[in-house]
Design a protein around this ligand. Sequence first.
Ligand SMILES: Cc1cc2nc3c(=O)[nH]c(=O)nc-3n(C[C@H](O)[C@H](O)[C@H](O)COP(=O)(O)OP(=O)(O)OC[C@H]3O[C@@H](n4cnc5c(N)ncnc54)[C@H](O)[C@@H]3O)c2cc1C
Length: 326
Amino acid sequence: MNLPRFTYHSPDSLKKCIAILADQKNGAQVLAGGSDLLVRMKLRLETPGSLVSLADIPALQDIAYRPGKGLTMGAGITLSLLASDAIIQERCPALADAAVLVATNQIRTVATVGGNILQNTRCRYYNRSPVWGKAVAPCFKRNGAICHVVPKGKRCFAVYQGDLAPLLIALNTTVTIVSKKGTEEIPVESLYSGDGKVPFNNVAGTIATGFTIPEDSLNMRAAYRKYRLRGGIDFPLAGVAAALKPGNGLVEDLKLCLTGVASRPVTVPGAGEAAKGKPLSRELAREVGRLAYAAAHPLANLEGDPATRRSMIRIMTEDILTSFIS
Ligand SMILES: Cc1cc2nc3c(=O)[nH]c(=O)nc-3n(C[C@H](O)[C@H](O)[C@H](O)COP(=O)(O)OP(=O)(O)OC[C@H]3O[C@@H](n4cnc5c(N)ncnc54)[C@H](O)[C@@H]3O)c2cc1C
């Protein structure tokens, strides 16, 4: 399938990048590895007039650990580098492990961290060819007024299926955003709107330049588990990330975040309160697994049975917490 026509820009500084993006008349969009965006363009789900490549901006390629501040990663680093970098492996091995679970080896060599976090939501009734799109009534995500998944639904329920966001959110990671208004650092969690049609808050004309995992979070036990049909390539049909702070044999803090079960990553309510001050045990793992199950509401908009995906959330949660016991 061919790409639609667009103008390609390859600025060598953030300033030039922002200036091109600010000219929204031609619908300029950021291009990182292109493994999400170019596929969407080929399917004519998106037809931006111009693409602004981040490839020539060296500031987006750094990985550094600074005592007291934490671990910083440029948004432009590839998932292959994330998986193999010595600093990441030493300071946050769970992130290196999660990166390896994304897509395929070939895709990970171009796919970036920023693109992974900001990838669009997906639905089996939406990620289809233009021919298919003409054969059925347009849904909310195709600028129509119906949902094929929830017939009386009032909004789009397309699913967020990024693998890295739940782990970064569980680790209280912040993202640095640059726009013509200046620079701000916000929690990764606050990027997501929860609406499948427009899944991000205020990202037009902005660039995510990097991510910071705070020092405190680097001392937590963390892990990510993913359920998918084909181990070598597929998006998560359900995913769980956990970050646990142990202290004197009792849990001091616990944060759980899910992917593949809603239009945004879902932080499990009550998990921290349920675990705080208790010894980590199989019983606690089961209790928190039930909370994760209650927070997950997958619909029939991806491959796989929603009930199975929901059960997998509970099973993977228990599995992660049990693996932390020793
Ligand atoms: C076959 C296949 C399998 C896949 N499997 C998985 C999977 O298992 N798990 C998973 O999580 N993903 C998967 N993906 C999706 C995708 O490959 C990854 O999410 C990848 O990390 C996207 O990164 P990218 O650099 O290619 O993003 P791009 O496609 O370049 O960009 C994605 C979106 O983010 C925006 N963007 C990118 N970088 C920035 C930035 N720095 N600032 C602001 N906006 C930005 C772009 O404008 C675009 O809207 C798969 C894709 C394919 C084709």
